[in-house]
Write a new protein. Structure first.
Length: 172
């Protein structure tokens, strides 16, 4: 309706589809933007639409959480992260990840967790985000210990302790 209301039918083709299913090889897509949903959902959309990707497109992604599994997918599917940015709106932090296909993409567990370019640039928004998350993780760990009275699941506690150690090291 918006395309029609603005007289843009000759310039814009609107398609209704699930995920990337509307993309056809003849479209020669150069950019795909997936924004405003969890990183796991973005990963699943990319994963189920892999056959529709031509390998030449730039991915512009804005996950609301779940950045680590999204970065993992990018690495495993040969996408190099070219740009990362943390933005703050009100009390929420949003990440933007831009990636393109490349050879020999490999990131460490910490780079997947924080973002390889974020770790280098350490913008004020990035540092503030991780200071906030550190407080939340400490609170979560204390809550687990208190709720279970020492009987908390060792794997979950170990994960949180590892994340706290990484964040402390990053912020040091």
């Amino acid at each position: 309706r918006t395309v029609g209301d603005n007289g843009l039918q000759q310039r814009i083709s609107v398609r209704l589809a699930n995920g990337l299913a509307a993309i056809e090889a003849s479209d020669d897509i150069t950019a795909i933007s997936l924004c405003g949903m969890g990183g796991e959902t973005i990963r699943d959309i990319l994963d189920s639409g892999t056959a529709r990707l031509n390998g030449r497109e730039r991915l512009i992604l804005q996950p609301n959480g779940g950045e680590q599994p999204l970065r993992q997918w990018l690495m495993e599917n040969g996408y190099q992260i070219l740009h990362e940015e943390v933005l703050r709106e009100n009390r929420f932090y949003y990440e933007i990840i831009v990636a393109e296909r490349a050879e020999g993409v490999s990131y460490s567990a910490e780079q997947l967790y924080f973002g390889p370019l974020h770790m280098q640039a350490r913008s004020p928004q990035f540092v503030a985000k991780w200071q906030r998350l550190l407080r939340q993780k400490r609170k979560a760990l204390a809550g687990l210990e208190q709720a279970r009275q020492g009987q908390q699941p060792a794997q979950k506690v170990g994960e949180i302790e590892q994340q706290i150690a990484w964040i402390n090291q990053l912020l040091a």
